[in-house]
Write a protein that binds this ligand. Structure first.
Ligand SMILES: NC(=O)C1=CN([C@@H]2O[C@H](COP(=O)(O)OP(=O)(O)OC[C@H]3O[C@@H](n4cnc5c(N)ncnc54)[C@H](O)[C@@H]3O)[C@@H](O)[C@H]2O)[C@@H](O)CC1
Ligand SMILES: [K+]
Length: 474
């Protein structure tokens, strides 16, 4: 089952893997034609009622494969207003040959009497709200006709995610849907054929440019980095990376012995010092209160060091905190056996992964199942860092192949934790981890030509925005 948003992401990812949308449309059209042959006898009269989006485009393709039928195509609206190049090209292919294809602006003029089969290709996953004209009247005409109705992807007017319609919707006898079934089809009273249109499996498994769209809207939120003590660069990198990924404000809570040094790296951070030279249980209540009262996304770990009382403080923090947190580096030993209401993304490197009870492998792709089991056991999202990153929430598992060897340098993990926190203000834990990992790798890849093995984590702060909002194909 796949939602409309995921479908759009997967289709963009397929394009990035070399299978463009037009090719998918060709497969979809073929699948419609196959379905028509299941229902109608050669020579029967078929009317295709097409909209101006890609749902209509699928049906234009189908018509080219239905030579043995008496097919009429009605495009609802003017051809100039067809919304996508690929749908327009397929419309032109019909017009320039000798198909019976006409524009219909008043759908009361639809010629349905005597037809054996209506192919409903008005709207698919692109529908928003109640059907407008001319689609609404066309849907009524289709429902009033005696012909069998085959809907393309989803009956027009039905929301593919919910199965609901805001007003009139086409009542279909059959639906031919693509790649995977849609949640909204489950409760409809019709037969559903799910057909493979050749989307490569990697388009779902590997995080790709299509996944960026989910985080490109109005990203906001505040990051709250709890780090520093023995180290100072790590919390500064994480805090700045969160800003680069869209956080509105980035706070760093750090021991007063190092607070000035951290502030010295970056004027954009708001550094909040506490007394002492490292995190101890004494600070926990105040930190929880601050993070929760502002609904901050916490990054716990960068540069904290691994003193026993610091780990103890991390455990106490996570057990009393109920918000969102990215748990990295020195705070990771706090995660197993934790009793927490917080929503966590844990970002272990390979060594830390093994210490959490996960596999000790070089190629994480080979051990994705074990990482999935670990995430399920921990009850939190795990973002396992390696040459390829693996992200799992125990049920879904995805792989990120962006990144390069220049990024083996220290600090890139802190940048990653900050990016995930920046996204986590808007997206959920799993998506923030998947997209954060992808963006982090892309930020590094955008620099590789220039810096190669000399790349620094701090260089990546510059390219994070481009990796999120820049040209997908760069
Ligand atoms: N995502 C994918 O991987 C693939 C999608 N394909 C097809 O593409 C379809 C989605 O295409 P689109 O995104 O172009 O969307 P649609 O073709 O579903 O609809 C888009 C058009 O409908 C209009 N519209 C939206 N709501 C309306 C309403 N309430 N009343 C009247 N008009 C309305 C929009 O202005 C736009 O012109 C899928 O359902 C499927 O049939 C296939 O081509 C193959 C691959
Ligand atoms: K449809």
């Amino acid at each position: 089952m796949i939602s409309a948003d995921r479908m759009a992401a997967v289709d963009r990812n397929a394009e990035a893997l070399g299978v463009p949308r037009k090719q998918l449309m060709e497969s979809s059209g073929n699948a419609i034609a196959r379905e028509v042959r299941e229902i109608a006898e050669p020579g029967e009269k078929i009317v295709v009622v097409a909209g101006r989006g890609n749902n209509g485009g699928d049906a234009f393709v189908a018509v080219r494969f239905l030579e043995e039928y008496d097919v009429t195509v009605h495009l609802l609206g003017r051809a100039e207003t067809i919304g996508t190049d690929i749908a327009r090209e397929n419309w032109e292919a019909l017009r320039q040959s000798e198909y019976d294809a006409t524009e219909v602006t008043d759908s009361r003029n639809l010629d349905l009497p005597g037809c054996d089969l209506v192919v409903d290709a008005m709207l698919g996953t692109g529908v928003t709200g109640a059907l407008r004209e001319p689609e609404a009247t066309a849907a009524e005409q289709i429902n009033d006709s005696d012909a069998a109705v085959l809907a393309v992807d989803v009956p027009s007017g039905i929301n593919a995610d919910t199965g609901e319609a805001d007003g009139t919707a086409v009542e279909a006898d059959r639906v031919v849907t693509f790649h995977d079934t849609k949640p909204g089809l489950a409760d409809l009273d019709c037969d559903v054929t799910v057909t493979d249109i050749g989307i490569p499996s990697g388009a779902e498994k590997f995080v790709g440019p299509g996944d960026l769209h989910g985080v490109r809207g109005d990203v906001d939120g505040r990051a709250f980095v709890i780090g520093g003590g023995p180290y100072t660069g790590a919390p500064a990198l994480a805090g700045q990376a969160a800003l680069r990924a869209g956080a509105d404000l980035s706070f760093v809570s750090a021991p007063d012995t190092v607070a000035g040094e951290i502030q010295g790296y970056a004027e954009d951070l708001i550094v909040q010092p506490y007394e002492g030279d490292r995190l101890t249980p004494e600070q926990v209540d105040g930190l929880v209160e601050t993070a929760e009262s502002y609904d901050d996304t916490v990054v716990l770990g960068p540069g904290l060091g691994n003193a026993d009382e610091t780990i103890e403080a991390a455990v106490q923090f996570l057990e009393s905190f109920s918000g969102r947190a990215v748990v990295d580096a020195d705070a990771l030993p706090a995660v197993p056996d934790l009793d927490t209401d917080a929503t966590l993304v844990c970002t272990p490197n390979r060594k830390e992964l093994a210490e959490l009870g996960g596999p000790k492998a070089d190629d994480l792709r080979e051990v994705t199942d074990e990482i999935e089991t670990l995430a399920g056991d921990l009850g939190h999202v795990v973002l396992a860092k390696g040459a390829t990153d693996v992200i799992s929430d125990g049920e879904r598992t995805r792989v990120v192949r962006t990144g390069n060897t220049g990024m083996k340098v220290g600090g890139t993990g802190d940048v990653l934790a900050g990016i995930v926190a920046g996204l986590f203000g808007t997206a959920d834990a799993f998506d923030s981890a998947c997209v954060g990992s992808y963006v982090n790798g892309r930020a590094g890849d955008l620099l590789y030509d220039e810096y190669g093995e000399g790349l620094l984590a701090s260089d990546m702060l510059e390219t994070v925005p481009r990796a999120i909002w820049g040209d997908d194909d760069e």
